[in-house]
Structure formats: C-alpha cells, structure tokens
Design a protein around this ligand. Structure first.
Ligand SMILES: [Ca+2]
Ligand SMILES: [Ca+2]
Length: 290
C-alpha cells in the first residue's frame, strides 16, 4: 500500500471509530473512595469495604441493550461472609408518579439486583402500589477486572417506556448486608440523555485550502465549513501548506485563537465554536544571474 493510500485508510478508520463512539449515548458517575453509608438510614459508616465501594459507574446504550459498568475500589473475594447486593435502579418512564418513595430505592420504579449469597444471581423487580415484585428478565451479568468490575447487560425491550423518554434516571446502590453500602450518585439520580447534545462549529480557511479534517474525517472546504458536532473535545487539522501555483504557496501559521498546533484539540461547548485559520502567502522569487 502506498503512503497516501495508507494515510487515507487510517483517516477513514478513525472517522468510523469516532462516529461510532459519538453516536451512542452514555452517562457516567464518579464516586468517592471509602464513602460508605448505612443505605437504610443514609448515615455515614466508618467501615471501608472495598468490594461494595463504587468508584465509577457508567450506563451506556448499545444496539438494543443497556450496559451498566461498575468499578469497585477492591476486588470481590472468592468467598465472602455476608450477602452482597448491587442494585441498579431506574426511573424507567422518567415519571415520578409511579416511583417508590422509600430510601434507598426512592425515585425508582424498576431495579436489577445482582446478589451474592454463596452464588451469584441477577433478578429484576418492578415497583407497584403494594411494593416491589419480581418479574422475568433476559438481562445477564459479568464479573471481570479480577473481581473489580461488574457489568449488567439489559435488553432495551425490558424498559418499555424507553422509546418515549428523552432521559433515563438511574442510580447504583450497593450493600454488604447489615454492614455498609454505597450510593452512586451520593444523592438523587444520574441522568442518561438518549440524544447527544450538539453545537454548531464554523472553521474558516482561505479558499485555496481544499480540506479540513475533524476527528479524522476529511471535509471538502470552499473557504471553510459549518457543521454540527457533539459537545466535548475534538481534533481539527488543516493542510500545513498549499501550493497555489508554481510561484505561490500558502503556509499554515496559527488559528485565530493563537494556538499554533496543527492538528489541534478543541473543546466544543453549548455555544459552539468559530475558528479561523491563518496562512501566510509566500512567493517564489527567481534570482537570475547575468
Ligand atoms: Ca464510593
Ligand atoms: Ca417512574
């Protein structure tokens, strides 16, 4: 493969990877280490049991599934004396009317419970006016990362209101029975927005510059481009130089905000971004000696 073909292949590959990453929604909660509580009273406990101490939890939508990943501060031992509970709570219809009102399951109407009681099991419960009741589930779980990472994978078909809501409230509650547990987030519910927020991005370049690359995807340019991108960090690049003619060359100098890197990183917030690319024009001077 020629160098050019190889570079093009890498650009297309990166574009596909990035489009895939950005087209899927997700929600992340970081939680302090050793912040355990009595989950039934909310009172702080001094005991630190690493295998119920959540450090990081992420809910992510994948094709037809929700994937919950929970990182604990210590591995779950092979044999544990007490029963362990890892609850994933949802307000599945984003409607508070039908939610449980009691701590620690307040603000939820559906839960998946991973229990260790000598063996592991996963069950699903729904909240009714008379209380929690179990219902069948096709969800499954994995314990990886040497016992520090729990994954719960839930078919979206088990959340019938999912297609009609804009955001899904969720929370993790853990407990080593009668000893201590953790809440993530510490208060209230985390929100997973189903649609990524985007903002307008305008990049201006001299008309002679024919392309602009964003996150590896190459866009044809006629004086610039305007596109809509997901909020967050992106990488933009433009040609280092453009030969306008045999005698004239444009050479990249900097971006309008003073950044001289090319490629450069840029953070896109809700207000969007406008950027101009500054090039310098060089003329070839032929010195003819007589
Ligand atoms: Ca924690
Ligand atoms: Ca609800």
């Amino acid at each position: 493969m020629s160098k050019k073909a190889c570079a093009l292949f890498i650009l297309v590959f990166l574009a596909v990877v990035l489009i895939r990453v950005y087209s899927i929604s997700g929600s992340l909660v970081e939680d302090s280490a050793c912040d355990l509580v009595d989950i039934w009273t909310g009172e702080r406990v001094e005991t630190c049991i690493g295998y119920v101490d959540v450090l990081f939890a992420e809910l992510r939508e994948e094709e037809g599934y929700l994937r919950m990943t929970i990182n604990l501060s210590e591995s779950i031992p092979e044999v544990v004396g007490e029963r362990l509970y890892y609850y994933l709570l949802f307000d599945s219809d984003d409607d508070s009317e039908n939610n449980c009102a009691d701590v620690p399951f307040a603000q939820s109407d559906t839960m998946y419970v991973l229990v260790y009681d000598g063996a592991w099991s996963l069950s699903r419960e729904e909240y009714y006016s008379w209380g929690w009741d179990s219902s069948p589930t096709e969800a499954y779980f994995r314990i990886g990362g040497g016992g520090r990472v729990l994954e719960i994978i839930i078919p979206l078909s088990e959340l019938p209101s999912y297609n009609f809501i804009e955001k899904l409230p969720w929370r993790i509650v853990t407990e080593a029975e009668y000893v201590a547990g953790d809440l993530a987030p510490d208060a209230g519910m985390a929100l997973m927005y189903k649609y990524e927020k985007t903002a307008e991005v305008a990049v201006r370049v001299p008309v002679e510059v024919s392309w602009i690359s964003i996150d590896g995807q190459v866009y044809a340019s006629e004086g610039g481009i305007e596109i809509s991108l997901p909020l967050g960090e992106h990488v933009i690049s433009v040609p280092e130089y453009v030969n306008v003619s045999e005698y004239e060359r444009l050479v990249f100098v900097e971006w309008s905000d003073g950044v001289k890197d090319n490629p450069r990183k840029i953070y896109i917030g809700e207000g969007g971004v406008e950027l101009e690319c500054v090039y310098e024009r060089y003329l070839r001077v032929d010195v003819v000696s007589s």
